[in-house]
Design a protein around this ligand. Sequence first.
Ligand SMILES: [Zn+2]
Length: 54
Amino acid sequence: MTCEHEFEYVGDQKAGQSSNRYFKCKLCGAVKVRSDNGTEYMIPAGEEKSNTNE
Ligand SMILES: [Zn+2]
């Protein structure tokens, strides 16, 4: 499945001393997370409710 993600800012979430910014694709629902240090990762649509181990 191909999606030309069109991200929309949805909010911040504090993660310890830093905070993550969340963007959600308006087309497929995938979520992109960007941390303060510039690291980005994707959460595919439908998996955002699963637990993350940190
Ligand atoms: Zn998308």
